[in-house]
Design a protein around this ligand. Structure first.
Ligand code: AP5
Ligand code: MG
Length: 250
């Protein structure tokens, strides 16, 4: 398994506020990756995207990548045990101490239970806070089919809402942009089905924890970012560093 390139280079933190461990929740295409990249740049904490780590393993031809490839292409979830192990290794890296942004994990109640039991393993003392991004399903399909990704820097574009300056090429790297192999109408329908049956209960799990906010993702990217940052500041004010209880997983 490979996790190396998911380890980020720290950026300067913003106005002394550190969000700590954060979960970004939401259906396929709501903007979790887009927002996680902005938060990572603003606060200097890493994004941990299980989808990105799995795609990296596919690109490198690892055993994990081989096990995940056809499931991902069809829009099905990768088995919990494989994903939990992968996240466990990533959370053991030294760059997560000041916090991290989990994007696309947990996605099943088994994964959520696993995470609750392992919080604190990496030494964090701030409780996890969760933000759920909501967007209408019709808009999601348009976002998914219009998405393009830079294979080098992983920047996320959209041919409708955020096109590159030069058609088909990354503004920063100049690399040819790629279309994800699961960004088809068919795979999207399957991903939404998995989301409704497996991930919706996870959202309820975090809603019930009280360390949770829901925000509107159907507005421009910078407005979504403002809402997330406001939510994180409010939640962290209520659940500051030092109030985490590893025994209770809270
Ligand atoms: P993953 O990569 O996590 O995909 P996903 O959850 O389906 O979410 P996406 O990455 O598609 O969407 P996003 O919310 O990140 O949106 P983005 O910011 O890119 O998982 C892929 C697969 O891996 C899964 O199906 C599964 O097989 C496997 N997997 C991953 N994690 C797993 C787990 N925990 N357990 C088991 N299996 C797992 O934005 C989308 C588009 O919209 C972009 O083009 C963007 O430019 C545009 N956009 C973003 N925000 C806006 C806005 N405000 N206005 C207009 N356009 C916008
Ligand atoms: Mg994503």
């Amino acid at each position: 398994m490979t996790i190396d390139s998911a380890v980020h280079t720290p950026a300067p933190a913003d106005d002394h506020f550190l969000p700590g461990p954060v979960l970004l929740l939401g259906a396929p295409g709501v903007g979790k990756g887009t927002q996680a990249q902005l938060l990572m740049a603003k606060f200097g904490i890493p994004q941990i995207s299980t989808g990105d780590i799995l795609r990296e393993n596919i690109a490198k031809g690892t055993e994990l990548g081989k096990a995940a490839k056809s499931l991902m292409d069809q829009g099905q979830l990768v088995p919990d045990e494989l994903v939990n192990n992968m996240v466990g290794k990533r959370l053991a890296a030294p760059d997560v101490h000041a916090g991290y942004i989990l994007d696309g994990f947990p996605r099943t109640t088994v994964q959520a239970t696993w995470l609750d039991a392992h919080l604190g393993d990496s030494g964090e003392t701030a409780p996890l806070i969760a933000v759920n991004i909501r967007v209408d399903e019709k808009e999601l399909l348009r976002r998914i089919t219009g998405r393009r990704i830079c294979p080098t820097c992983k920047r996320i574009y959209n041919i409708y809402s955020n096109p590159p300056q030069k058609d088909g090429f990354c503004d920063v790297e100049g690399s040819q942009l790629q279309h994800r192999s699961d960004d088809t109408e068919e795979a999207f329908a399957r991903r939404m089905k998995e989301y409704d049956s497996q991930t919706a209960p996870v959202i309820e799990h975090y809603r019930l924890s009280g360390r949770f906010r829901e925000i509107d993702g159907a507005v421009p990217v910078d407005q979504v970012a403002d809402s997330i940052i406001t939510a994180l500041k409010e939640l962290r004010g209520q659940f500051p560093k030092g109030t985490f209880n590893p025994q209770a997983g809270l």
